[in-house]
Design a protein around this ligand. Structure first.
Ligand code: AMP
Length: 150
C-alpha cells in the first residue's frame, strides 16, 4: 500500500482495538493501547497505538493524536527501561509499504537493545511464545508510574 489511501477498518490493529482479535496488553487508557509485538525484533518489543484515530501513518495523523501517542511512547519506553534494564532503546515508525510498514494503523515500535545482541529484522522474526510475552508485559506494566497499570 502506498503512502496515500483510505483507512481500512479491517486491519489487524483495528480488530484488536475493537476486541475482535486478542493482544498481550501492557497498558491502555481511553485513547491509547500498548501491547506486545507477537513477532518481536527483540525481547520486550512493544507497540503503541491510538485507539481513536483512523490515521494510517504519521503523515495522516492529527497533531493532537501524535502528541498523545508520543507521550505514551515515552511513558512505555520508561517502563521498558525500568523493567528490562536494556542498554539502549530503539523507537521506530514506518510510513508506507516501501518503507517497511505492514499494518496500516499508525503505531510506534519500542525495541529494547542489549550490548552484543543483534537486532532481529523488521517483519521477519518468528512468533513469540505467548507465555513469555505475557510475563514480559506484566513486568513492563509493573514498572509503569501512572494509573493505567490495571
Ligand atoms: P509495521 O511493519 O511497522 O507496520 O509493524 C507492524 C508490527 O505489527 C510488526 O512488527 C508485526 O510483528 C506486528 N504484528 C502483526 N500482527 C500482530 C498481532 N496480531 N499482534 C501483535 N503484533 C502484531
Amino acid at each position: 500500500m502506498s503512502l496515500d489511501g483510505a483507512y481500512d477498518d479491517g486491519n489487524i490493529f483495528a480488530k484488536i482495538v475493537r476486541g475482535e482479535m486478542p493482544c498481550v496488553k501492557v497498558w491502555e487508557d481511553d485513547q491509547i493501547l500498548a501491547f506486545m509485538d507477537v513477532f518481536p525484533q527483540a525481547k520486550g518489543h512493544v507497540l503503541v497505538i491510538s485507539k481513536t484515530s483512523k490515521a494510517r501513518n504519521l503523515l495522516d495523523a492529527e497533531a493532537k493524536t501524535i502528541g498523545r501517542l508520543i507521550g505514551a511512547v515515552q511513558k512505555t519506553a520508561r517502563a521498558v527501561k525500568a523493567a528490562l534494564k536494556p542498554d539502549g532503546l530503539v523507537v521506530t515508525q514506518f510510513n508506507g509499504s516501501t518503507a517497511g510498514q505492514t499494518v496500516f494503523h499508525l503505531h510506534f515500535h519500542i525495541i529494547p537493545r542489549w550490548d552484543g545482541v543483534p537486532l532481529g529484522r523488521h517483519g521477519e522474526g518468528g512468533m513469540a511464545d505467548m507465555g513469555e510475552l505475557k510475563a514480559l508485559a506484566d513486568q513492563i506494566a509493573g514498572a509503569l508510574d501512572g494509573p493505567e497499570r490495571s
